[in-house]
Write a protein that binds this ligand. Structure first.
Ligand code: GLC
Length: 606
């Protein structure tokens, strides 16, 4: 009996020690920041951003309150898709620096309380990757590393080349199958032909990708953003050795466009979840005695599918799949659309799982260009003050805008493929131009005469230095929101969302000890008077205190506003705090103080 009790105590001690030694919660309210390294800061004057550049700018990340940073890929790559075509998963690309630079980045960032996450690209490699070259040559152990197929017999007897194995289309247009003359077979690629898909039915592939995760966890990175996860596994061949065709979607008549087909055989197959569960186990294994190591998924799909990434009752999946709802918001959005967007998402997130809000990324137009610079302030308030984690793409904290570029300056392979007449429709370069640090040549990004993508035209007026000096700026708004995120009301408070009319969205966060924070966003181009806030939200009192005004507001932080006299200018957004909450907190604090004094007087001294 005594032995059993001892064992139990030892186990309990072990569990407590495991958790006491690491921060298990950090990611649940994290302010996550995405760096596109090529465009962040160039330290060696070659016109391309690099890891040392990030180290030199760590103070900026600390200043804006980033808890963690995820880096788009920095691994060895022919850069056909700017790092999303990796040829060596275990080495840093020379143009970004060295392994020592990466280790230094991890250490220096940690000193500032910032965690570094890397981009894990499991779906495909570069065609220059040693594994692909070995697979082409059918070297032992690599024969089935990729998805190979001889193709369908060609009905044209004069053409010796078989037809593609199925009608599948690549995300970047045209057939997802490319003929390899050396192996005399087709290989699958969901993206560029230079990005062949790995074959997850091959155990050696799964082992290799586990090695990749462990390799980077061993140098103390804190987790990964997982790239293009919906595409990880496709349907297998049937009993006759044929891949099934996908049905037409009716979304477009353009037969080469990815949306021409309905992707019932090439997205989110059952095996995808199994792989995620395996990666999650590795994260958990590395989390003992340490801060939680995380995996966040790039999963842009319909809501019910996105939720599956969290895992289920028996298996832990991603810490969270990114929520791209706000990335899809465009100018002209109405208050009830935003309400539906928030309510639908919040009610879909399974209990005890962590919600999150992504404001932008390197694949999507910038927020200020999507909704206009004024409404962007309101959308940033949503990103930062709704429950859960908040994800900012570099430059959004100063409201950078998309820069339109000539076809000659265009680098994005997706756009280059589309040619000079169409490139503008698909190019992701406008949101990838270098960070605008100041008004010196090249916006302080590089000392080179040219940069890999041109600097945006507006850098002399729109830059971090100018925004720090200005009395009001997007940077100052962002910092205000970042500070507010540290409060319990934003971390743990209840959420209520109301569309007050067609244009005005209101949401509140309520916490017993800290009162209510209210956010008002006018999505419309007319002045709005808000008179019925007290009917929609409880305990607001007579007046509200402005905490964070949008850049164009006439209100300042600290101003008091009578509840029945709130006017919002076109596109104005404001964050308030209720005075009742402040009063209640003060009274409670006072009462606690009095009780302690009374207790001391009557009991301790006796
Ligand atoms: C992801 C990346 C994108 C890349 C694609 C292929 O969607 O975000 O930039 O082109 O994967 O790797």
């Amino acid at each position: 009996m005594a032995f059993k009790v001892n064992i139990f105590i030892c186990l309990a001690y072990f569990v407590v020690v495991c958790y006491a030694n690491g921060d298990t919660e950090w990611w649940k309210h994290a302010q996550l920041y995405q760096i596109y390294p090529r465009s962040y800061m160039d330290s060696n004057g070659d016109g391309i951003g690099d890891i040392k550049g990030i180290i030199n700018k760590l103070d900026h990340l600390a200043d804006i309150g980033a808890d963690a940073v995820w880096l788009s890929p920095v691994f060895v790559s022919p850069m056909k898709d700017f790092g999303y075509d990796i040829s060596n998963f275990f080495e840093i690309a020379k143009e970004y620096g060295t392994m020592d630079d990466m280790k230094l980045l991890v250490t220096e960032a940690k000193k500032l309380g910032i965690r570094i996450l890397l981009d894990f690209v499991p779906n495909h490699t570069s065609d220059q990757c040693e594994w692909f070259i070995k697979s082409v040559n059918e070297e032992e152990g690599f024969e089935n590393f990729y998805v190979w197929h001889p193709g369908k017999p060609n009905p044209d007897p004069t053409n010796p080349k078989n037809l593609p194995p199925s009608n599948w289309i690549s995300v970047f247009r045209n057939s997802a199958w490319t003929w390899h003359p050396d192996r005399q077979e087709y290989y699958l690629h969901q993206f560029l032909p230079e990005q062949p898909d790995l074959n997850y039915r091959e155990p050696a592939v799964r082992e290799m990708m586990q090695r990749v995760l462990r390799f980077w966890l061993d140098i103390e990175v804190d987790g990964f953003r997982v790239d293009a996860i919906p595409h990880l596994v496709e349907a297998d061949v049937d009993d006759d050795g044929h891949y099934p065709d996908e049905p037409k979607s009716d979304l477009t008549e353009d037969e080469d466009d990815y949306s021409y087909l309905s992707h019932v055989h090439t997205r989110e197959r059952e095996e995808t979840w199994t792989n995620i569960f395996e990666w999650r186990k590795t994260m958990d294994e590395y989390s003992y005695f340490k801060d939680t190591k995380v995996i966040f998924m790039e999963a842009s799909s319909e809501m019910s599918i996105v939720m599956k990434y969290y895992g289920n009752a028996t298996h832990e999946g991603a810490h969270f799949p990114f929520n791209f709802d706000l990335v899809n918001v465009r100018a002209g959005v109405k208050a009830n659309q935003l309400k539906t967007l928030i309510d639908t998402y919040m009610s879909s997130v399974p209990e005890d799982r962590v919600p999150n809000w992504v404001a932008g990324n390197h694949d999507q137009p910038r927020m200020a260009s999507r909704v206009g610079p004024e409404l962007a302030d309101g959308i940033m308030m949503m990103t930062m003050l709704l429950p859960g984690a908040a994800v900012t793409y570099q430059g959004e904290e100063i409201g950078m805008l998309d820069q339109s570029l000539s076809f000659e300056d265009t680098q994005d392979p997706q756009a280059c493929k589309d040619g000079p007449d169409m490139y503008n429709l698909t190019s992701r370069d406008p949101q990838r131009t270098p960070f605008q640090w100041d008004n010196t040549p090249n916006a302080g990004f590089s000392t080179n005469s040219t940069t890999w993508l041109p600097i945006a035209d507006n850098y002399e007026t729109l830059n971090l230095l100018a925004q720090k000096a200005a009395p009001r700026s997007t940077y100052k708004l962002y910092k205000g929101l970042s500070q507010l995120r540290r409060s319990d009301v934003v971390k743990y408070g209840d959420l209520k969302v109301e569309a007050l009319d067609a244009d005005v969205l209101a949401f509140s966060r309520f916490h017993e000890d800290e009162g209510t924070v209210i956010v008002l966003i006018n999505t419309g181009d007319t002045i709005k008077s808000v008179t019925d806030l007290h009917l929609k939200f409880d305990n607001l009192g007579e007046s509200l205190q402005v905490l964070v005004p949008c850049v164009n507001s006439e209100w300042d932080s600290g101003d008091m506003m009578l509840l029945n006299e709130i006017m919002l200018k076109p596109y104005e957004s404001l964050v308030f705090k209720n005075s009742v909450g402040l009063l209640t907190t003060s009274i409670i604090t006072l009462l606690i103080g009095v009780s302690i004094t009374v207790f001391n007087l009557f009991f301790i001294d006796v």
